[in-house]
Design a protein around this ligand. Structure first.
Ligand code: ATP
Ligand code: FE
Ligand code: MG
Length: 389
């Protein structure tokens, strides 16, 4: 049951060999550091870097796993969503390799991959629990899925909520940029939030009613309607609120001066998870900014937590999976874990290594498809806007 997985949807080139959908024999991730200089991923550069990295990354994954192509049962590759040119590199390579080795090819949705990053080391703790609610929360997505086991033992997904504007990670990164923090801002915001007062600035989120509900409809229709109830989110309001706060309190000059100081001291290139880096960086922050950051973090994580549990309750979910880059956020983990414990609902998060983009999760997601005989057609093409469910 060995599957070689290949992932190239955004800015990491990755290859992994996974046994039985669970055990990663290797998981090589080449991250494209070049985008840091531009404050965001540049698509043309991403494709070029994938082209450069794909052959050595796959070779390394095979070598580290200590297997030959003849030991494999299938090759799995991300078909979408993602950057068109980036996806094309991984998909073309996987197709050629499958052709040359006469192995079947399996196309995987990147979001299903993120969900399997959690399932691959926690499926036992959910036993036969179904349906599960899955929150995929990253720089590009904030999506809620109801995942149901099918009779063929594969998973069926239904989208029951998503952000109508910015993704949560995107909101973190944009607010961080507004406050002059290094890129990517999410981890910096998380670390700095612990040093401010979360109650200092009262942010609020509007209730989103994507689907109008009235109680004039007959009872049966109302119940049917209930299954279509959505749990959509919005993060553009809080971003605007932070910008207005910064203007109102005339913080602009201080922010620019601090951004320069963090660059010049080299701290901007450091990791906020390193205690020494964080301590040195904290010297540049006054309480007002730290309070703003702490309030932002408390509001966003509280909002995500409330929405998630409203959905688990509404759909009678038997377990909860949280994945994507923002699943690394300490306050989000803590709030969701506490609420899940209170409700006696099993919950699982990815390991830190599997929370960001990687190929092990792609190979893991392909395992039930391999057993169910769900292979990719020869005409498979990259689908930048691919949806799940
Ligand atoms: P996608 O997976 O949707 O295509 P992506 O590649 O940008 O998008 P990931 O690599 O999964 O997403 O996650 C990166 C995002 O996670 C960034 O927005 C980053 O700021 C955010 N992030 C990482 N750690 C934290 C944290 N501790 N707190 C908040 N946000 C975080
Ligand atoms: Fe991702
Ligand atoms: Mg990424």
């Amino acid at each position: 049951g060995l599957i070689l997985g290949i992932e190239s949807s955004c800015d990491e080139t990755s290859a992994a060999v996974v046994r039985g959908g669970r055990e990663a024999l290797s998981n090589v991730v080449a991250s494209q550091l070049i985008h840091g200089d531009y404050g965001g991923v540049v698509p043309e550069l991403a494709s070029r870097e994938h082209l450069r990295a794909i052959v050595p990354v796959v070779q390394q994954a095979m070598q580290q796993a200590g297997v030959a192509y003849s030991d494999l049962e299938a090759i799995a590759v991300t078909a979408g969503p993602g950057l068109a040119g980036a996806l094309l590199v991984g998909l073309t390579f996987a197709k050629a390799l499958a052709f040359g080795t006469e192995l079947p090819l399996i196309g995987v949705n990147h979001l299903e991959g993120h969900i399997h990053a959690v399932l691959m080391h926690s499926e036992e703790s959910f036993a036969e629990a179904s349906p599960l609610l899955a929150l995929v929360v990253s720089g590009g997505h904030t999506h809620l899925y109801l995942a149901t086991k099918t009779p063929e033992n594969t998973w069926h997904y239904r989208n029951v909520g998503k952000t109508l504007d910015d993704a949560a990670g995107e909101a973190y990164d944009k607010v961080a940029k507004l406050l002059g923090l290094p890129y990517p801002g999410g981890p910096w915001m998380d670390a700095l939030a612990k040093h401010g007062d979360p109650k200092a600035v009262p942010f609020s989120f509007a209730q989103i009613k994507t689907k109008a509900t009235g109680n004039t409809a007959p009872k049966l229709a109302r119940e049917a309607d209930d299954q279509t109830r959505r749990f959509d989110l919005s993060f553009s309001g809080i971003k605007t609120a932070v910008r207005r706060y910064v203007e109102l309190h005339a913080m602009r000059e201080r922010i620019d001066a601090r951004a320069r100081a963090l660059q010049e001291s080299g701290l901007a290139k450091g990791k906020p998870s390193d205690p020494a880096t964080l301590t040195r960086a904290l010297a540049y922050f006054e309480p007002e900014t730290l309070n703003l950051i702490a309030s932002f973090q408390a509001s966003v994580t509280g909002y995500l937590t409330r929405t998630v549990f409203a959905a688990t309750e509404h759909f009678g979910a038997r377990g909860l999976l949280v994945s994507g880059g923002v699943a690394a956020n300490s306050e989000l983990r803590q709030r969701i874990s506490a609420e899940a414990a209170r409700r006696r609902l099993p919950v699982a998060f990815p390991s830190i290594a599997l929370s960001t983009d990687n190929a092990a999760m792609i190979a893991a997601a392909a395992w039930p498809k391999l057993r169910a005989g769900q292979f990719a057609p020869e005409t498979m093409e990259p689908t930048p806007q691919l949806r799940l469910g």
